[in-house]
Design a protein around this ligand. Structure first.
Ligand code: CA
Ligand code: CA
Length: 357
């Protein structure tokens, strides 16, 4: 139950936000003491803010109510972004792990918070798990999704080719992947940027990666769940590569489908556009993935690199194919006017993975 203190803090804050209004003239100080509800690392900068409330000094109390730290509030004046007058407190000198509250000299006390090394662990786990809930073409089972279980939608097994894709006949089998942030579209450029950030995490701080217990369908298979989750996206991304190496821009309907559950969606889905930066971002993320998966899945790593190189070559041969939404398409454009940065990124990833300049 290492996450218990964090949960306690969360519930405390939730309860506070639900409590009855405070009589006028008596500000509800819990709303006025702003701190990092997730918690603080022991040696990190630790600050909090008191907004629109008069106080001068503060103490940090431990779980037994004993003083662990004291300090003076510093007036920071009016913060234009919120329209509030704020004072700041700093308790970076307190590094001992524990559960604490902030008490002002007026007697008002904050909700509890934690100082600990593992304090962001549950937030990281939840962040990664959130991608599981975004999976297209599969149901979210109750054993993994709890109250957020739902039926499958968007099989994407017979996507039509929009003329902007360069094709007019046949259909594309393109299931899987994650839904985009606020709609049921699937966008290659967004996918590449997102996955690359996750691969950067794996590459730069492998020790920080949660293991095999995020409670997704692939948990317990001996492979870190973050790698499993990323594969769900990359397996879809790879279906978006055309036979000539170029990469289609997006898979959406002509318009958004509204705020409905996935299984209620019945619009035709199209493969739309094909361009320089979808090809370059594809090349970049696939080249990067080939390094990250080399140890756990050498076969996929080789496939990823084999896909990256023709995408790069297509972009070199078509350096200025900028995607614009066709007249009959209104879903997210994610356009670009300059592919020089995308060339740079793809070239760097390919160089690192292949050694070829
Ligand atoms: Ca796993
Ligand atoms: Ca660009």
């Amino acid at each position: 139950m290492k996450n218990l203190p964090v949960l306690m803090a969360f519930f405390a804050i939730t309860l506070i936000s639900c409590q009855a209004p405070v009589p006028s003239g008596e500000p509800d100080l819990h709303q006025h003491i702003r701190f990092n509800q997730v918690g603080y690392y022991p040696t990190a900068l630790k600050e909090f803010v008191v907004a629109d409330y008069e106080a001068a000094t503060f103490v940090i109390l431990d779980e037994e109510g004993k003083k662990a730290f004291d300090g003076t509030l510093v007036n920071k004046g009016k913060w234009e972004a919120s329209g509030e007058t704020v004072m700041a407190g700093n308790f970076s000198g307190l590094s001992k792990p524990g559960i604490y509250t902030i008490q002002l000299n007026t007697g008002r006390v904050s909700a509890p918070f934690e100082i600990n090394m593992g304090v962001y662990g549950s937030a990281l786990d939840a962040s990664i798990k959130s991608f599981y809930f975004q999976r297209a073409s599969m149901s979210i089972e109750e054993q993994f999704g709890g109250e957020w279980h739902r039926a499958s939608g968007h099989p994407d097994d017979q996507c039509l080719f929009h003329p902007s894709s360069g094709k007019t006949e046949g259909t594309l089998y393109s299931p899987g992947g994650w839904y985009d942030a606020g709609d049921y579209g699937k966008y290659v450029v967004n996918a590449a940027i997102t996955v690359s950030q996750m691969l950067n995490l794996l590459e730069m701080v492998p020790k920080a990666i949660p293991g095999d217990k995020l409670n997704i369908p692939e948990s317990g298979n001996g492979i870190p769940d973050l790698l499993d989750e990323i594969r769900y996206e990359l397996d879809w991304v790879m279906t978006m590569q055309d036979e000539d190496g170029g990469v289609f821009h997006k898979l959406t309907a002509l318009n958004f489908g509204g705020f409905i559950m996935p299984e209620e969606y019945d619009l035709d889905r199209y493969i739309i556009g094909k361009g320089t930066y979808s090809s370059l971002t594809f090349a970049a993320v696939m080249a990067q993935a080939s390094r990250i998966y080399a140890e756990t899945d050498p076969e996929f790593a080789a496939t990823a690199l084999t896909a990256a190189e023709p995408a790069w070559e297509w972009a070199v041969a078509h350096p200025e194919v900028y995607f614009r939404n066709p007249e009959d398409v209104v879903t997210g454009q994610y356009g670009d006017n300059d592919s020089s940065d995308d060339f740079y990124w793809a070239a760097a990833e390919l160089l690192i993975s292949t050694g070829k300049g």
